[in-house]
Write a protein that binds this ligand. Structure first.
Ligand SMILES: C[S@@+](CC[C@H](N)C(=O)[O-])C[C@H]1O[C@@H](n2cnc3c(N)ncnc32)[C@H](O)[C@@H]1O
Length: 466
């Protein structure tokens, strides 16, 4: 081995230490530049052969399988390549089995299970902390760690019940290009995560597929991406239907829009859930034809949308840097009662320890960045450093909701950003949902999830359609 060899080194830091540009490493190791970039970001784990090539050039075993994954600019998670956490209880044969690809903590899964008709029997995710939380809440599921590209459908089919439904939402970076599937040979051409979803569906042949993603996918590549994706699902035999759903219309105290594609192998018609709650705001989907469902539903909606205070207003006040595990004994709204789910000890209700400078900004914060005195901050979108409105559903919760510089996330009355507990409630996770990991991992787990309420709503419509 070489004289610099530390016990652990990731590809990027080793390359930088050698002052070697990525392109030079790529050429010398016989790998594409794109591949090197993905390895360095922790999105891909090199095969044994590729590891040997990298070792030859870098002079040290890169152990990329253990390299930290950096998210949103700072390191929070570790890849779980090759890890399998086995189920701790048997699958209830009376329930319809579901596979959740890109399962995260299983917010989507929790929604399906909340119907009492489905059970998630397999989950798959790149990150170890996601898997830990997923398995803590979905005991009947085998949980596969690592890049989906490295997991064979033979493994999934060999170890799990054939699914009634395959559900999942790949991260949006996975849409560089999508090929039409009709005449495609599966093989080394596989290059993006939506195709991976399709690959698993094509092999498992579930009665239903449910694909979830960001609304931005609608305009990606001039709308061609979503068209090709729908074409891909049709190409493997599914009758598909797509809509933008806003979770606020279905009882979540948050305006969160998602593109949902549902497919039926038997050519059944899926009726989109009619909204039950009403909130008059413009949609991120603009004039897209896929917005039809919420618009129609609004005419029939009966209740006003659940507001921020109706969701978190009974939690005890905490200051920046403080925490408490005591609930307050005050009357609860219907949402508060449901979301507390009988919990006795309050968890994750800790305020971020803001710096004195940030506290000063927070004290001046209002509806948008313009509420701050001129020059107090030098950059940011309109919604940065802003307070949430108390009597409306919250803005979309992001993976940075404990940091005031990100999308509106400052408490309406208290001088701090939302606590992880408040974020979890706004995402519809009950106070008894078992989150595992560090605080920053948990914040990302929450911000990335499909709200269980949305999952449940789709799952119920699926039962109706089946
Ligand atoms: C939007 S989140 C999914 C949230 C999840 N549906 C939920 O409800 O909690 C996307 C997930 O995809 C995972 N992921 C990203 N790239 C992946 C890959 N190549 N293979 C497997 N999982 C991946 C991420 O770790 C992340 O947890």
């Amino acid at each position: 081995m070489n004289e610099l060899s530390p016990l652990f080194v990731d590809v990027r830091s080793r390359r930088k230490a050698l002052q070697m540009p990525q392109a030079v490493l790529a050429e010398a190791a016989g790998l594409s530049l794109n591949y090197i970039m993905r390895i360095e970001r922790g999105l891909l784990v090199p095969s044994a052969d590729q590891t040997r090539s990298l070792e030859r050039v870098l002079g040290v075993l890169p152990k990329a399988a253990m390299a930290p994954i950096s998210g949103e600019g700072y390191v929070t998670s570790m890849s779980a390549e090759g890890r399998l956490i086995r189920r701790t209880r048997d699958h209830d044969m009376g329930l319809r089995p579901v596979w959740d690809l890109f399962c995260g903590v299983g917010g989507f899964s929790a929604g399906f299970e909340a119907t009492g008709e489905f059970e998630v029997v397999a989950g798959l995710d790149l990150l170890g902390d996601r898997l830990e939380t997923f398995t803590a809440n979905h005991g009947a599921a085998n949980a596969y760690g690592g890049d989906i590209r490295n997991i064979t459908t033979d493994t999934l089919l060999g170890e799990n019940e054939r699914p009634f439904a395959v559900i999942g939402g790949p991260p949006c970076q996975g849409f560089s290009s999508i090929r039409p599937f009709r005449n495609v040979e599966w093989g080394d051409l596989r290059n993006n995560l939506a195709e991976e979803f399709c690959r698993v569906v094509a092999a498992a042949r579930p009665k239903w597929l449910v694909f979830e993603n960001v609304v931005g996918l609608l305009t990606h590549n001039g709308g061609k991406t979503v068209e090709m994706l729908q074409g891909a699902f049709e190409g493997i035999g599914y009758k598909v239907s797509a809509r933008v759903m806003n979770a606020a219309f279905h009882g979540l105290p948050q305006r969160r829009e998602r593109l949902i594609i549902v497919g039926s192998l038997e050519g059944k018609t899926f009726e989109w859930p009619v909204p039950t709650h009403n909130h008059g705001r413009r949609s991120m989907a603009g004039s897209s034809r896929l917005l039809l469902a919420p618009e129609l539903g609004l005419l029939e909606a009966t209740e006003p949308a659940v507001t921020l205070l109706e969701a978190i207003g009974n939690l005890p006040p905490v200051s920046a840097g403080q925490t408490t595990d005591q609930y307050l004994d005050i009357p609860e709204t219907r949402y508060q009662e449901l979301i507390r789910a009988g919990a006795k000890i309050l968890t994750m209700h800790d305020g971020t320890a803001h710096s004195p400078e940030m506290l000063n900004i927070i004290r001046h914060a209002g509806d948008n960045i313009n509420a701050l005195p001129p020059g107090m901050v030098t950059s940011g979108f309109s919604s940065c450093y802003s307070r949430l409105a108390p009597n409306e559903p919250a803005n979309t919760i992001t993976v940075n909701f404990v940091h005031p510089a990100s999308n509106r996330c400052i408490h309406p009355y208290q001088d701090r950003a939302l606590t992880p507990r408040e974020g979890a409630r706004l995402q519809g996770f009950s106070d008894t949902f078992n989150f595992r990991g560090t605080r920053s991992q948990i914040v990302k787990q929450i911000g990335n999830a499909v709200p269980p309420i949305l999952g449940r709503c789709i799952a119920e419509a699926l039962l109706d359609a089946d």
